[in-house]
Design a protein. Sequence first.
Lengths: 295, 295
Amino acid sequence: MDPTLKAKTISTLKTELPNLSPRLRVVAKYIVDHAADFGLDPIRQTAKKCGVSTYTLVRMAKVLGFAGFDELREPFRHALVFSSDMVDRPGWIEDLRNSGESGQVQAEAAANTIAVVRSSLLRQSPDQMARVVGMMLGARNVYLTAVRASYGIAYYFHYVGRMALPSLQLIPRHMSSAIDELNQAGPDDVLIAITFTPYSRETIEACKFAQKRGVKLIMVTDSDVISTEFQPDEILVTSVVSTHHFGCYAGPTAVIENLLALLVQVGGQEAKTRIKTYEDIRLENNAYWGARKKH
Amino acid sequence: MDPTLKAKTISTLKTELPNLSPRLRVVAKYIVDHAADFGLDPIRQTAKKCGVSTYTLVRMAKVLGFAGFDELREPFRHALVFSSDMVDRPGWIEDLRNSGESGQVQAEAAANTIAVVRSSLLRQSPDQMARVVGMMLGARNVYLTAVRASYGIAYYFHYVGRMALPSLQLIPRHMSSAIDELNQAGPDDVLIAITFTPYSRETIEACKFAQKRGVKLIMVTDSDVISTEFQPDEILVTSVVSTHHFGCYAGPTAVIENLLALLVQVGGQEAKTRIKTYEDIRLENNAYWGARKKH
DNA sequence: TTGGAAAAATAACTAATGTTTTTCTAAATG
DNA sequence: CATTTAGAAAAACATTAGTTATTTTTCCAA
């Protein structure tokens, strides 16, 4: 099979986009934006994902000169297997891999971490990030909740974030549940929930509760689809795939740091002076080793 | 779906290989060696490729605790989509940068994060990592201390790490100082301290105290040279350079996850079964939303 | 407004895929 | 040596997938 066929098809789709009928245009855009999923999914699933009938996909194939849907999808399939072998491993990772058994484990983990960070960052559209930051800055209170392993990154997010955004609150604060602390929350507030498969019961329940109250809901998680019982206003999808037995949280960490960078930028001078006062207080209270008080 | 399932399955296949029946062993080897093809191919094709009947593949799935072949293959399918994310779309950072002002900030932050993660991982020599893991596994107690922003990643490290290494303890536990809890510590113990410029006074003091007691000292920090007053046994140097006002902790997070991967690997079967019991307990106590108890 | 053509959805159909049942084989056991 | 049992293959079965035929919708021009 022609190994460049996938690239050719994508290029054709892009150039032909304006000439296509409405539905076919939707399909073409979907294929270009989700080449990997398109290669993997069966026809009905792809149809569902772009809100189109199965036959529309068949027509898409015929318009492009393929005999049928299968023939259109095949190059995308091939590319899947190929890319997984071809995953770009820089030299230093290869060197690591060749240095004994534990070096191999280290190499796999390192390669995976970089991949996870990259793909997590790649997925965040600037529009959505801007919306999320806007929601945070506009809210009366921004609640932040997570448990278990995710609590670590929530703690970090809060520790840094509250300097730029004083309304940021990490819940539950004490030995209570997040729901207790959402008791006063309403439509002016935002809840950010961080959880990954398998989802923590407490966190999901806090989400459901919050949404019932009209609180705006932002989730940092690993899937577009969590539940039919509630619909987050924004979902920041990150990758937590790992080589060992636990999820790899470097992906979400990267996305959260991205969010922090934006918060500081959009927060403007006000945020920056506030951060400065935090720094000053720490200096005055000898929080840092070796640093002198300024006077 | 559990994003670590593929890694778990491959690891199980490797360890169970000797206990399997002849045909299943062939299948297991095939899956480990051709994970990508296995994810893509239909059952008959995989059966043909490893010269067994389709039902042998179904049995393989059942032996591993899956309901059927489909369920076994699913994580491998997911991995395919993920790895293709990696190769696709070169220049995405450029596209980001050209999409408005906040896109530019986002692009800078993303590029910075990737660079920081890369260089942090690159710096860790396999020898040193092996020494560190060896020290951790050999210690009576492994104390872990950090404050402020670093506390988030220490919390994460501890939450995950203690499943593989029960002697791992996050200090201070309560409203006390780390030094209080190091009172009983001695030469059989290890202290891991996480702090970055400007160094937290409490953490550095804990390091000095510990070393005076003969406790072995491992530091995760951003420089080879901290102080002349004490000399850590091992220093894991990570990069925390950032585009905004705060350090970028994705680097240290990446290194710590690398360490976790090694801990699990070197911990061997014992660690894996311990991790399993944690999982079981969580399932039984309804910690996860939507998950059923196994019986 | 109303034919008519293009676009799209629906539903029926055939081929393939995963699963299950049945049958066969060979090694282990008494 | 007969019997049992686990492992594996073969074949039958049910489901799902891609395709094709038919109907419905949309939109434009007469």
